[in-house]
Write a protein that binds this ligand. Structure first.
Ligand SMILES: N[C@@H](CCC(=O)N[C@@H](CS)C(=O)NCC(=O)O)C(=O)O
Length: 105
């Protein structure tokens, strides 16, 4: 028996799809660029996985190896390396962030 799509609660008509890409942000707790990026992603309703590179030293190495950059934040949406806070906001200004986040698709 199939389930009527209108009866699937949060996955029903007009709501977001279930399978949004994972969003990972390498960050520190005090960095103002991280705070600005976090604010935009939270505004989008994104469930954000933050990796604190100060409390987890191996994470800094991982961030550099994945992104080729040394500054925080470094943001990944799915397999896509978006870059830092400025890159995230540039992407939003160009209208590309919602698409990458699969919001409204
Ligand atoms: N333009 C970058 C600036 C990021 C930045 O300067 N982050 C600082 C912390 S708030 C940092 O990682 N500094 C360490 C360094 O420059 O090596 C962005 O938008 O993400």
């Amino acid at each position: 028996m199939s389930i009527d799509p209108r009866m699937r609660g949060s996955e029903g008509a007009g709501t977001e799809p279930r399978n949004r890409p994972k969003v990972v942000m390498y960050a520190t707790s005090w960095c103002p660029y991280c705070a600005r990026a976090r604010q935009l992603l939270e505004h989008k309703g994104v469930e954000l996985e933050e990796i604190d590179i100060e409390t987890m030293p191996a994470a800094r190495t991982e961030m550099i190896s994945r992104s080729g950059r040394h500054t925080v934040p470094q943001i990944f949406i799915g397999e896509t390396h978006v870059g830092g806070c400025d890159d995230l906001h540039d992407l939003e200004a160009r209208g590309g962030l919602d698409k990458l986040l699969q919001i409204g698709v």
